[in-house]
Design a protein around this ligand. Structure first.
Ligand code: ZN
Length: 204
């Protein structure tokens, strides 16, 4: 089983729960409808990787940089960043046919996570960015999320139990694109203009 790090504690998520279509600009870029109910899907523990891959079984992967939270005792206790890796062509085919998304979203290596820092009451507003080879490619701001972290936690909890270590990924802002091998992906998370964490991965 794969683990994540919350400060110095190791936790083993049973699942990663992801929100789709949480930023208007990203909904527009993929020509999706704004949902009347939160779009949620899961990645199992086996989807977590330490290595960022540009492809899986011959399919190209696309990055989505997302604000992430760790759950413990049914509460959000840690915050970090992750890449939701997606087989966009496969996903489009599945969407068009009304089929489940697992083949496009839940394969091995479909999520890479930063370390997590402790969430405090002072952290009410987050900004984050993805740089690829030092160029800013994605920028996120929690003000522009259709669903805020606490309401996501509440909605998931209404129908699915969250275990200690489970991760919630809150959706991607605009600017998604293809992972290219040998590129350096660097993510940074800010609250109240203060940098909380930075992490980088080199795509394989
Ligand atoms: Zn996503």
């Amino acid at each position: 089983m794969h683990s994540i790090k919350l400060v110095s504690e190791k936790l083993t998520p049973s699942k990663v729960v992801c929100v789709g279509r949480n930023y208007t600009a990203h909904i527009t870029e993929l020509n999706n409808e704004t949902p009347d109910q939160m779009v949620l899907f899961n990645k199992p523990n086996s989807a977590i990787t330490d290595t960022l891959f540009a492809a899986h079984n011959g399919d190209t992967l696309h990055y989505e940089t997302e604000l992430c939270f760790v759950v413990k005792n049914k509460k959000l206790v840690g915050v970090g960043l992750g890449l939701d890796l997606t087989k966009r062509t496969v996903q489009s085919k599945l969407k068009n046919k009304g089929l489940p998304w697992e083949r496009a979203k839940a394969f091995d290596g479909s999520v890479i996570l930063s370390d997590f820092v402790e969430l405090t009451d002072e952290m009410q507003h987050f900004k984050f960015e993805l740089k690829i080879n030092n160029e800013v490619i994605q920028q996120g701001d929690s003000h522009f999320m259709l669903y805020k972290p606490e309401s996501i936690l509440q909605e998931i909890s209404e129908f699915m139990s969250l275990e200690d270590g489970d991760i919630i990924m809150t959706g991607t802002p605009a600017g998604v694109g293809e992972v290219t091998a040998d590129c350096i992906f660097k993510v940074a998370l800010y609250t109240n203009e203060q940098c909380l964490l930075e992490q980088q991965w080199c795509a394989n």
